[in-house]
Design a protein around this ligand. Structure first.
Ligand code: AMP
Ligand code: FE
Ligand code: FE
Ligand code: ZN
Length: 290
């Protein structure tokens, strides 16, 4: 038997990816992936469609979500995996975060207007097909208008941390974000830790704190992690008794070099890794394609 592979970090049109949830799952099936977690930013609105497609195409779909929280060295990203089908507290918390997104997006458009670039919020909403709207959608308008050549320039000149129109977003604390999803029986994984610009010793401070709040895993395998980064994360997980997750962070054409299941080419996340992680979720949440 060939080992089978999975992808536990993907984005759809529900947030800033470019494939609909159904198309993403259809592509996962075509690549013969055994399972795919759909982890859109601050929304679970793509998950029912993804699950239906999972049944249609024979792929295990894991209900997920990616939350950005405020860490000492900038945003920490948290993946919730095996979220319950319905949760009023989660829906309420995500709705608040999306309100903060809208306020922030409008303030960024104000800043762009002050720079002589007049974009209406409706134009941004037209680019966003789902309910979680953010900087990538503003970047698409800037590119369409010919103001920038592409995403790298849009972030460098305007939308990135050092960009002229940057506005910070109101975020949960790391503990709030972890416990929000862990209390629902999800496995919460610290996403792409090596993208944070921090001293490596900081992880020995933050990881025990987050474990206390319910952290269950560390995303060791990611498109932007080197082999050395992977080892660092696997060691970290072992040191604190945490599981290991992995995924491409696929965004469709919004991240051109990153492919589903394969990342930048070398990513191989196995079903064995998935199975080891799954036992950390509330059993009721683990109903493949239910
Ligand atoms: P937001 O959630 O609105 O803060 O936007 C963050 C999203 O923008 C991330 O999830 C990435 O998909 C994308 N992004 C962030 N920085 C860059 C960059 N430098 N180039 C391209 N995309 C980026
Ligand atoms: Fe994104
Ligand atoms: Fe992320
Ligand atoms: Zn992501």
């Amino acid at each position: 038997m060939q080992p089978r592979f999975v992808d536990l970090h993907t984005h759809t049109t529900a947030s800033d990816g470019t494939d609909s949830p159904r198309d993403l799952v259809r592509k996962a099936a075509a690549l013969k992936l055994a399972a795919v977690a759909v982890t859109d930013h601050d929304t679970v609105s793509g998950l029912d469609e993804a699950e239906a497609a999972g049944r249609e195409f024979g792929v295990e779909v894991i209900r997920g979500c990616e939350l950005g929280v405020q860490g000492r060295y900038g945003e920490i990203h948290l993946l919730g995996l095996w979220l319950p089908k319905r949760s009023a507290p989660l829906d309420a918390a995500l709705a608040r975060l999306r309100e903060h997104r809208e306020e922030r997006n409008r303030r960024m458009l104000d800043k762009l207007r002050a720079l002589g670039i007049d974009i209406s919020y409706d134009e941004v909403l037209e680019e966003a097909q789902g309910e979680s709207v953010g900087r990538p959608h503003i970047a698409r308008v800037l590119r369409k208008r010919g103001v920038v050549s592409g995403f790298p320039q849009a972030f460098e000149l305007y939308l990135g941390y050092y960009g002229a129109a940057y506005v910070p977003r109101t975020l949960l604390s790391p503990e709030e974000g972890v416990s929000l999803m862990a209390n629902l029986g999800a496995v919460v994984s610290f996403a792409h830790p090596m993208l944070i610009r921090c001293p490596p010793s900081w992880f020995d401070e933050i990881i025990p704190q987050l474990k206390e709040a319910g952290l269950g895993a560390i995303e060791a395998y990611h498109s932007e992690h080197s082999a050395r980064d992977e080892r660092f994360c696997v060691d970290l997980a072992a040191r604190y008794g945490l599981g290991v997750s992995g995924g491409s962070d696929y965004h469709g054409t919004a991240k051109p070099g990153v492919s589903l299941g394969r990342g930048k080419g070398g990513l191989r996340v196995t079903v064995a890794l998935l199975d080891a992680l799954k036992v950390r979720a509330l059993p009721d949440n683990v109903r493949p394609n239910a």
